[in-house]
Design a protein around this ligand. Structure first.
Ligand code: ADP
Length: 385
């Protein structure tokens, strides 16, 4: 086997976005010495030093995306807020774009996602469209309801829960969907993937465990504490979505399990996702390698669990802003089964995603116990001026 020729035969992969998801994608790509390039506005984007090249620019700008994309063989994304127009034109030039531009376009608009669910009879909370704040106020929607901006939201930004007239100040003045408020028992997610051959694979369902006091996700648990029946229903819905969408690449799907044990699809992301970070340490194939396999039409890897796991996001500590300082790495690493991933973001701010920790133990009970011990021991602060 001639290594040089082998490398030449490797497709050049381009990625829109070079944040932590890009960095972890690049680490997976380096196992195959796959040439991978990134486009990101930040000079010190997390993916920079793990890639074959970082182009600095805006992935929302037509020209920038077009010029970046025409130099690669396969173009993918680590964020969905990108210029779809440029992707459509690159596709016409013969560049492979996965996930497909039409899918990215649908995902960018929460209204179009809802229409996709309706078309395929996928259970999702009932909704109505509204153009503006005043339309919602005049719409006589029964309380409580959830307003979601059709475009541009992420990490809970762009979502408002309205419980009474007293919450009207929270209503955003933008084209929105307004959904029935689900009485949530658990929030669950599944990551699936599909390649061009139509092969499909699914990871086990993950549970997002909330901290009741601050109403933030405290950790992610795999496997989820759900019945086989719920797990299987979610797998069935996910398979249907992957098939109908004909996506090439990874698809993360978020679900609600309500108080009556009914399952609702919340939303989707066609890329590696926060709810799949544990797969790096706890599964035979990481979500990042699986994404590469899917977009390069390679055989999909085993999604089997090596070990139960807990994933904790490491967020910038409230009260600190500036050059990031990592505290307590030695403390958490002293525990067997704790794996730390730091994203290398130069500056921290309250609640910014700075890294994550995966805790693997032979049983989920032990993993939860250890996660309680190490939670909060790895801190990202900044020098106080
Ligand atoms: P984002 O795209 O910002 O992640 P989501 O659609 O996931 O927004 O909503 C953020 C959170 O708001 C969810 O995790 C859930 O806790 C809550 N939420 C969203 N939709 C509903 C709903 N229909 N009923 C009840 N809670 C909801």
């Amino acid at each position: 086997l001639n290594l040089t020729n082998n490398l030449k035969s490797m497709k050049k992969v381009g990625v829109l976005g070079g944040g932590q998801l890009g960095k972890m994608l690049a680490i997976a790509a380096s196992n195959w010495h796959l040439p991978i390039y990134f486009l990101d506005p930040a000079e010190d984007a997390p993916a920079k030093n793990f890639s074959h090249g970082l182009t600095i620019g805006d992935f929302n700008e037509y020209e920038t995306v077009f010029n970046f994309g025409k130099n690669v063989d396969v173009l993918t994304i680590e964020i969905e807020h990108v210029s779809v127009e440029a992707l459509k034109d690159l596709q016409k030039l013969g560049i492979s774009i996965f996930p497909q531009p039409s899918i990215i376009e649908m995902i960018q608009d929460k209204g179009l996602q809802k229409e996709f669910f309706q078309t395929h009879q996928i259970p999702s909370p009932p909704f109505r469209y509204f153009e503006s704040k005043i339309d919602i106020i005049n719409g006589q929607v029964p309380y409580p309801y959830v307003q979601k901006a059709r475009k541009g939201g992420y990490d809970g930004k762009g979502v408002s829960v309205i419980r009474s007239v007293n919450d009207f100040h929270l209503i955003m003045d933008t084209p929105s969907i307004v959904e029935t408020c689900i009485s949530i028992k658990k929030e669950l997610a599944i990551i699936g993937s599909r390649n061009q051959n139509g092969d499909i694979s699914l990871y086990p369902v993950v549970e997002m465990v909330f901290n009741e006091q601050v109403n933030l996700v405290e950790f992610l648990q795999c496997p989820a504490a759900i019945s086989m029946e719920v797990e299987n229903q979610i797998r069935q819905i996910a398979t249907l979505i992957l098939e109908k969408m004909e996506i090439c690449g990874l698809l993360a799907i978020e679900f609600f399990l309500d108080q009556d044990n009914k399952i609702w699809v919340n939303e989707m992301a066609p890329r590696p996702h926060n709810s799949g970070h544990h797969t790096i340490n706890a599964h035979y194939t990481s979500q990042f390698e699986q994404h590469l396999r899917s977009i390069l039409n390679l055989p999909l890897g085993s999604t089997s669990m090596i070990s139960p796991s807990i994933m904790i996001n490491i967020l910038g500590e409230p009260g600190y802003q500036g050059d990031a300082i990592v505290m307590g790495l030695d403390t958490v690493l002293a525990h067997e089964g704790v794996y730390v991933h730091l994203y290398g973001k130069k500056t921290t701010k309250p609640f910014r995603k700075m890294g994550h920790m995966t805790i693997v133990r032979p049983t989920i009970e032990e993993a939860i116990m250890l996660s309680k011990q190490v939670e909060g021991k790895l801190r990202i602060i900044a020098k106080v001026e």
